[in-house]
Design a protein around this ligand. Structure first.
Ligand code: ASP
Length: 319
């Protein structure tokens, strides 16, 4: 019997195709209107993504599509809505992976591009590398003619307000709660999908942690940490990147699954290790197996999440 002292877990079983998305683990202390708006947004996105899967789109195309829409929404901490570093600059991380061939691509500290997930896909398909960071990532985005990101004025105002309230620096864990209330700390986005051909894919994108030091890279662009897919499992993680990357959360779940043959136990065991080291209020993940098992786990107060599959008549969405 698994006693989950720190986490919340939801599990479902479904037929393919399946799409799961998340909009980050965190406090999600939002008013009813905002909650509605976010729920509606995720619901609509799940319907669109599911239709693409039904029409025969591959999992990798659908997770890229879903994450690029989450990046553009401005609602979440990714793409247009990215949080800012201590100097007030967005440095975005993203990663994408195809399970059948175990190919991955990722970008770290990208400043230029509108959709870091599209750039991650270019790294995967058009270069010999897996992870490209900083200026190199920006140059690659320009080389492939990807769209440029607009500055988000309202996010910049939040940054200035927070500076004025002198609540720096937030990466001390004791201050996390305070910061959470002021600017909402963790709402990275991610998607995992199982297509009609039985292939899994995963994608994750983030602005990182508010007021991070320039150059800080989180878990989101690290294969096996913030994103991962193989023939049996796909995973996208969210939360404090330093905790997730220390135990390679997604790969830990996948390997535990390989040996335990039980996705639920594999997830709980991996989070137990993370929580033993770092405590609760740290992380969450969406996990999908090739057998159609769906797990959504978070040890924060909430996690924006949802899925759609052929067993449902309309998407399941919750925060
Ligand atoms: N995992 C992300 C990071 O540490 C943050 C998040 O999930 O919101 O960069």
């Amino acid at each position: 019997v698994y006693i989950l002292s720190l986490g919340h877990v939801e599990r479902f079983k479904s037929e393919r195709p399946i799409i799961i998305v998340h909009g980050g683990a965190g406090a999600w202390d939002v008013d009813e209107d905002t909650r509605r708006r976010i729920t509606d947004f995720i619901e609509k996105l799940l319907v669109e993504s599911y239709e693409l899967l039904m029409k025969g789109s591959e999992a990798v195309d659908v997770v890229e599509y879903a994450v690029s829409k989450l990046e553009d929404s401005g609602i979440f901490n990714a793409g247009y809505g990215s949080s800012l570093n201590i100097k007030g600059v967005a440095e975005m991380d993203a990663g994408i992976m195809i399970g059948s061939v175990m190919k991955a691509g990722a970008v770290a500290m990208s400043r230029y591009v509108k959709n870091p997930i599209k750039l991650a896909r270019i790294v995967m398909e058009k270069t010999d590398h897996v992870l490209i960071g900083g200026e190199g990532a920006d140059e690659l985005a320009k080389l492939f003619g990807l769209e440029k990101r607009e500055i988000n004025e309202s996010i910049y105002r939040r940054y200035k307000d927070a500076l004025n309230k002198k609540i720096l620096p937030p990466y001390y864990r004791k201050n996390l709660e305070i910061i959470d209330r002021v600017i909402s700390l963790r709402d990275t986005v991610g998607a995992v999908a199982l297509d009609i051909y039985g292939t899994l894919a995963s994608a994750t994108s983030t602005g990182g942690i508010w007021f991070k030091l320039p150059g800080r890279i989180g878990d989101s662009p690290i294969p096996g940490a913030g994103f991962y897919a193989d023939r049996n499992v796909a995973c996208s993680a969210t939360g404090v990147g330093e905790t997730i990357m220390t135990i390679s959360l997604c790969r830990s779940i996948a390997l535990s699954y390989r040996y335990l043959n039980d996705l639920y136990k594999a997830t709980v065991e991996s989070f137990r290790e993370l929580e033993e080291l770092f405590g609760g209020n740290t992380a969450g993940a969406i996990i999908l197996s090739s057998l159609g098992e769906i797990i959504m786990y978070y040890n924060t107060k909430g996690m924006a999440r949802g899925f759609m599959s052929s067993s449902l008549s309309k998407p399941y969405v919750n925060i």
